[in-house]
Design a binder for this molecule. Structure first.
Ligand code: FMN
Length: 356
């Protein structure tokens, strides 16, 4: 089969839906530029707040690419300083780096290289092929298997080894993962989650923003939150958005999340030393490495970030975990059903081509 220069990718040689990526196609990318473009397929499988996918990849020259924040996709109410946006982009960068290791490309990434250009989150360079890293192959498979699962989890405790692996992954990325596993600790955290639910849902601006990102997973924009992610038929998403926009259902949401948090075998909080863009990039890398380890271990995870998003609850959450760090992400972890994949935009919508 002839090598491709990568433009064929945009012409539909590879599937429009990034979830259908075929790793074997990497071998047909003849140039570093084509290989970088291919690696973006894995980057966009990363999670993002409200599935906004707030990233742009700008290909430049033969072998370099910029990862840029797409702030037109920001969530000003729930994420006013683009903290979660930056974490999401860092998760995408992490997928790209691990995919490069698994497929056999040397990739160097400089994080936040230009203080005068805060949208430039990373400058990425392809430095040539190398032998694939065997350990990364397992994580590559986890990238397509990972889902945010908002269903109830089975109560069995987490395997000790998996917990240790996830903790080490977070540490290696410059973050700390703390665990709440006793019923008392989970109860204390669950109370903060339910308090966060009530505060957020009582705010019409929060509900409007959430509703604005609720849409069918088959819609033209290929982003946002489908009812399918919450166990309801995709077709009902429009009605659900209308309800969210109109009514304060904070009490019901609080009760549901309380039960989910207390019923999960473990809650895990990711924290960083500070709260700067550098910390958010570290948190995003840690998040993705933790999620891939959990997925590869056969478990799943879902977010309970309310006590981080509501400023008044953030320090109380850190105290509940006896952590001196700054909370960035709160997960519940366990074994449970997985939803269908959430929509992803096709590559042609996230890649910009500079030919200079
Ligand atoms: C930084 C960040 C914050 C998130 N916050 C929440 C959250 O508070 N509640 C939630 O249910 N999902 C949350 N998510 C999960 C996204 O909604 C999810 O990643 C997105 O819908 C795509 O689905 P997927 O993860 O199954 O691919 C968050 C994801 C990221 C990366």
């Amino acid at each position: 089969m002839p090598g491709v220069n990568g433009d064929d990718l945009l012409d539909g040689l590879w599937p429009d839906d990034p979830w259908l990526v075929d790793p074997a196609a990497f071998g047909r990318c003849a140039t570093p530029r084509a290989r970088l473009r291919f690696l973006v397929t894995y980057a966009v499988l990363a999670p993002s707040g409200h599935n906004t996918q707030p990233w742009t990849f700008r290909l430049q020259g033969d072998a370099t690419m910029e990862l840029r924040a797409d702030r037109t996709r920001a969530l000003p109410v729930v994420d006013p300083v683009d903290r979660a946006l930056t974490i999401s982009c860092a998760a995408a960068l992490t997928n790209l780096r691990i995919a490069a290791e698994a497929l056999g490309e040397t990739v160097e990434a400089e994080v936040l290289p230009d203080p005068a250009d805060p949208d430039l989150l990373a400058r990425i360079a392809a430095r040539g092929t190398r032998p694939p890293v065997p350990r990364a192959a397992r994580l590559l498979r986890a990238m397509t298997a990972r889902r945010t699962s908002r269903f109830a989890f089975e109560p069995d405790p987490l395997p000790e080894l998996l917990r240790a692996e996830a903790t080490a992954e977070a540490e290696a990325a410059g973050a700390a993962l703390s665990w709440a596993e006793t019923p008392e600790d989970r109860h204390a955290v669950a109370l903060l989650v339910s308090e966060g639910d009530r505060i957020q849902m009582s705010d019409p601006a929060f509900r409007h923003e959430l509703a604005a990102w609720m849409r069918s997973r088959h819609g033209p924009t290929r982003d946002g939150l489908s009812g399918a992610a919450f166990g309801m038929p995709d077709l009902l998403t429009f009605g659900a958005a209308l309800v969210v926009r109109t009514f304060d259902m904070g009490a019901g949401q609080a009760a549901r999340d309380m039960a989910l948090a207390e019923g999960s075998p473990a809650l895990a909080m990711l924290a960083t030393p500070g709260d700067s863009p550098h910390d958010w990039m570290a948190a995003g890398e840690a998040l993705q490495r933790v999620l891939l380890a959990i997925t590869a271990g056969g478990l799943t995870a879902s977010y309970l970030n309310q006590p981080i998003e509501v400023p008044a609850l953030r320090a109380r959450l850190a105290a509940a975990f006896r952590s001196s760090g700054t909370p960035q992400i709160l997960l519940r972890v366990g074994r449970g059903p997985k939803p269908v994949p959430a929509a992803r935009r096709p590559l042609r919508e996230v890649i910009r081509e500079d030919r200079a």
